[in-house]
Design a protein around this ligand. Structure first.
Ligand SMILES: Nc1nc2c(ncn2[C@@H]2O[C@H](COP(=O)(O)OP(=O)(O)OP(=O)(O)O)[C@@H](O)[C@H]2O)c(=O)[nH]1
Ligand SMILES: [Mg+2]
Length: 346
């Protein structure tokens, strides 16, 4: 049963992966759906493309709702296209029921990009990704990077753990704000200041730009930053103003990452973050399969057990199960190559 399934998956990916690497839009769309579905397909797909990752310039664009992120992404993409570079855009849209309209808006705004074969656009929402929007989105970035896009731009609203987790693992993070939003600056301060590599004050056609610049400068002067001082840029995305300088700042940051060796440190810590996430999820999923998290929590509640004891019990169950699984796998390996080849020949 399992071998049959594995064989099907292998065959499907044999056919799909070369088309992904050729950047065929339908194959890319299908592959990202596989990533959203999770499980074995997601794992196997990433395993197959991962060696090709690490070449794209991966940029996160994050900030409060309506700040102009999509407009900025659209303008950035056009600029890159004019230089003859290819662009993939991943829009992470976590707040599903309400942003149907916003997504539609994005689509209309980016319409002319849609017909450009050098651009691939994909929205990812919680409802698609089974438990792990951040993980699926980050995997989509890997896929698009491996496929050979020069740029991968990731748009996320800068609130909520999922979205912050996505931008935590890109090379360059642009945090977008708009003039006259004291509260927004507070929110940035609380959440994403430490991950901003570039600040963008969009809607610079509005009043209060200089004030916002001063607020950001103030914040930067008291905050911690290493050798890289995040520049503050002003843009009017809707009129395509300041985009070239933004792109320049992003490229300067990339140069900094490379010449300072920071890129390797970053990628190491990003890998660590991703591995941790996978590990935690896997333990929870296994605990649920083996004993049932809900059941054990309810039992603990009834018996007034403390949370450590409930977790201990669940974790022991997982360990025991893992031992059995390892033993079974060792037996299978000893028995020689498994059904996969037979499956393919059948
Ligand atoms: N005045 C002004 N309006 C802008 C500017 N940039 C974008 N807008 C407008 O602001 C609105 C929101 O822009 P979006 O690009 O959808 O903003 P967003 O941050 O992607 O929004 P969400 O994805 O919904 O969080 C749109 O009506 C844009 O036309 C700008 O520089 N100045
Ligand atoms: Mg948007």
């Amino acid at each position: 049963m399992r071998a049959r399934h594995t064989g099907d998956l292998a065959a499907a990916l044999d056919e799909l992966v070369p088309r992904v690497m050729a950047r065929q839009p339908r194959a890319l769309g299908r592959a990202i759906s596989i990533l959203e579905d999770g499980g074995e397909g997601q794992r196997e797909l990433i395993r197959r493309v991962y060696a090709e990752t690490g070449k794209a310039r991966v940029v996160g664009i994050t900030g409060p709702p309506g700040a102009g992120k999509s407009t900025l992404v659209d303008r950035l993409a056009r600029h890159c296209r004019r230089r003859g570079q290819t662009v993939a855009i991943v829009a992470v849209d976590p707040t599903s029921p309400f942003t149907g309209g916003a997504l539609l808006g994005d689509r209309i705004r980016m319409q002319s990009l849609y017909t450009d074969p050098g651009v691939f656009i994909r929205s990812m929402a919680t409802r698609g990704a089974m438990g792990g929007l951040a993980r699926a989105s980050r995997d989509a970035v890997d896929l698009l990077d491996a496929a050979g896009f020069d740029w991968v731009l990731v748009e996320t609203v800068g609130v909520g753990q999922d979205e912050v987790d996505v931008v935590r693992t890109v090379d360059t993070v642009a945090v977008v704000t708009v003039p006259g939003m004291g509260d927004e600056i507070q929110a940035i301060k609380a959440g994403i200041l430490e991950i901003a590599d570039v600040f963008v004050i969009n809607k610079a056609d509005r009043d209060g730009v200089e004030r916002t610049v001063r607020d950001l400068e103030m914040m930067l002067s008291i905050g911690e930053h290493g050798a890289w001082l995040p520049p503050i840029l002003k843009t009017v995305a809707s009129r395509e103003e300041g985009i070239d300088r933004l792109l320049e700042a992003i490229e300067r940051h990339r140069e900094f990452l490379q010449t300072s060796g920071e890129i390797e440190r970053r990628r190491l810590s990003h890998l660590r973050l991703r591995v941790e996430t996978i590990l935690k999820e896997r333990v929870v999923v296994a605990a649920d399969r083996v004993l049932g998290v809900d059941r054990e929590v309810e039992r603990g509640h009834r018996q007034r057990l403390d949370p450590y004891r409930v977790a201990d019990r669940l974790f022991s169950g997982v360990l025991e199960d893992a031992r059995e699984e390892t033993a079974a796998a060792t037996e299978a390996v000893d028995a020689g190559p498994a059904g996969l080849t037979e499956e393919r020949m059948a």
